[in-house]
Design a protein around this ligand. Structure first.
Ligand code: TMP
Length: 210
């Protein structure tokens, strides 16, 4: 039986936008449709990636240089591509990735101010693919902050509002430039409405799969 082409779907947005809930809804919907699904996260998803994640987010390492942060994000991504994403796509899986390269553009480019041309070069040389669909959950920073206030923050979540405003603008700008790839979802809606919109976006992916 011919294998359906693999599909990569990324979930993006600032902190506290409800990415995990939206991703869980997407996974349930696709599994319910009988699709082979693989859920991964960035940074992380491999032994190397999870160790890098711990160092990057809550390893007690302060003062990480923006350039080091960028390269470690790409190191985790390179390993995830080699070990998990490329093989799964070759087998026809729908890969749901909790963040992908857009996060490096938004956080290390927008947030930290590193040149976008460097990130584009790393994307071209190290990653080589873009998601087929990117679901961007968008929420004003003050609303996201209220949600974050309920839990302990990691190293990046402790950044100030100006940082997260730049991250948000970068995401929205990327979505504006690539309207066919991005679906922007208003994350201020009730979770059921967000889930319904996520399913609608995924339905277009399912069309044409045997
Ligand atoms: P999350 O799992 O809660 O989304 O945490 C991942 C954190 O890492 C989040 O603060 C965004 C950040 N991040 C980057 O700064 N650049 C990247 O390329 C990726 C994938 C994540």
């Amino acid at each position: 039986m011919p294998v359906n082409p693999g599909v990569l779907v990324s979930f993006e947005g600032g902190e506290g936008v409800g990415k995990s809930t939206a991703l869980a809804a997407a996974e349930a919907f696709l599994r319910g449709s009988g699709e082979p699904v693989l859920v991964l996260r960035e940074p992380g998803g491999t032994i190397l990636g999870e160790r890098l994640r711990a160092l990057l987010l809550d390893g007690g390492v302060e003062g990480i240089a923006p350039e080091a942060e960028l390269l470690l994000m790409f190191a985790s991504r390179a390993q995830l591509l080699a070990e998990r994403i490329r093989p799964a796509l070759a087998e026809g899986f729908i890969v749901l990735c909790d963040r992908f390269t857009d996060a490096s553009f938004a956080y290390q480019g927008g947030g930290r101010g590193l040149p976008l041309s460097w990130i584009a070069e790393l994307e071209r040389r190290v990653v080589g693919i873009k998601p087929h669909l990117t679901i961007l959950l968008d929420l004003p920073i003050h609303l996201a902050r209220q949600r974050l206030a309920e839990r302990a923050c990691d190293r990046i979540e402790r950044e100030d509002d100006a940082f997260f405003e730049r991250v948000r603008s970068s995401y929205l700008e990327r979505a504006r430039r690539e309207p066919d790839r991005f679906r922007i979802i208003d994350a201020g809606q009730p979770p059921e409405s967000v889930a319904a919109q996520v399913k609608r976006a995924l339905a277009s992916i399912l069309e044409g799969r045997g």
